[in-house]
Design a protein around this ligand. Structure first.
Ligand SMILES: [Zn+2]
Length: 392
């Protein structure tokens, strides 16, 4: 589908219709016309094309006020799939999703330090073969990592232009994307968030990233660098950051910062074994925090307080109506972060008298970036008007 000519009615109308059907779950043609402002003939033409392409299908009918039953339309989940790979420091998380955002397969596989393209190409073949997904039903692959951006080679360890090489090897569309931006789109897609919401997603890991979805599309900025929440300074003369700034919230609220704080705490460091990787040490602290260890709770609570200040600034700057917290940092102790953020927003959000800011936790925080990568593929293929990587 990604290789198709632009459909009649324009890619924007097609993207709009797909997005409204996705967020509504099921909807009639009449309601589609009401919600999109498009004419009935336009709706009929685009819906016909989408059914022919296997993207949507008719699914029963409901009675209407004037008696004639209305046929309902829904996204057709079983026809096409997107594959997402999230590159971690020593493993790749592989996810396949259907067109509704439902996860149909997931695995985590160790990654060697060199020969990334070969490894990922082999991984793609094994993963899709294991799920019995023939190549023609796979819309593409997206590879995400913290430093990756569309059209920017060298974001991966050995400097390979991974997108170009994999595209040549696999013969399918391959996107390269930032993990937090991908996670935002994945949460937007799988939660059926409607495109009229101002949606933000905070990705808490060893660093901190964010993604924003406005009008159904990721907000990218001038160079795909939008969403660098971790480098929002919360203290002008605060801790120095490798980015050149001081007081970046990442230096206070990331998993790395929480582990540093716990290791510097004599009681905690002696009580909990914190000598492994940052991820392992952080999970130990988070588990202790939710199991009643007061010192561990204080460490997480402090990180959550710093993060709440930065996220509230993001909410105020963009007037967001809905925030999802995701990433490995909220997998165990997410409730502490969500509670802290809700309390801070209720007290200080600028628009608090006008609308609520929903704060939600991701259902799959450890897989959110890989799921989001797969969602990017799905969105780029079925709603091409919202292409998120114009340089490809
Ligand atoms: Zn910084």
């Amino acid at each position: 589908m990604a290789r198709r000519e632009a459909p009649a009615g324009g890619p924007g109308s097609r993207a709009l219709i797909v997005d409204v059907i996705r967020s509504a779950e099921t909807i009639s043609r009449v309601e589609l016309a009401e919600k999109t402002g498009l004419t009935q003939p336009s709706i009929s033409n685009i819906v016909r094309d989408l059914i022919a392409d296997g993207i949507i299908h008719e699914t029963g009918s409901v009675g209407s006020v004037r008696g004639k039953p209305r046929t309902l339309l829904a996204i057709n989940p079983a026809d096409h799939f997107g594959i997402g790979f999230e590159l971690g420091p020593d493993a790749v998380t592989c996810v396949a999703i259907d067109l509704t955002g439902g996860v149909v397969g997931r695995e985590v596989v160790p990654l060697a330090a060199t020969g990334l393209t070969d490894q990922l190409a082999a991984r793609f073949d094994d993963f899709t073969a294991g799920l019995d997904l023939p190549r023609h039903r796979v819309e593409g692959l997206a590879v995400v990592a913290p430093t990756a951006r569309p059209g920017r080679p060298g974001a991966f360890g050995d400097g390979e232009a991974i997108g170009d090489k994999l595209r040549g090897r696999l013969g399918i569309p391959v996107l390269v994307e930032n993990d937090a931006a991908a996670a935002a789109l994945g949460e937007f897609w799988s939660r059926r968030v409607s495109r009229d919401q101002s949606f933000g997603c905070v990705y808490l890991s060893t660093g901190i990233g964010a993604g924003m979805v406005f009008g159904g599309a990721l907000f990218r900025g001038a160079s795909f660098d939008a969403g660098e929440l971790g480098h929002l300074s919360i203290q002008y003369d605060g801790r120095p950051c490798p980015c050149g700034n001081q007081g970046c919230v990442e230096r206070y609220a990331s998993m790395t910062a929480a582990v540093d704080a716990a290791r510097a705490h004599p009681g905690l460091a002696a009580r909990l074994r914190l000598d492994g990787s940052v991820s392992a040490a952080y999970d130990t602290i988070a588990r202790a925090a939710v199991s009643g260890d007061e010192d561990a709770f204080a460490v997480i609570e402090e990180a959550a307080s710093y993060l709440s200040v930065a996220v509230t600034s993001m909410v105020n700057l963009l007037d967001l109506s809905r925030i999802v917290l995701t990433g490995p940092g909220v997998a165990v102790a997410g409730s502490i972060y969500a509670r802290r953020l809700r309390a801070h927003l209720a007290r200080t959000a600028h628009a608090r008298g006008r609308h609520e800011v929903q704060v939600e936790l991701s259902a799959q925080p450890r897989n959110a970036a890989a799921i989001g990568a797969a969602a990017l593929v799905v969105q780029a293929s079925i709603a091409p008007g919202h292409s998120v990587s114009p340089r490809h």
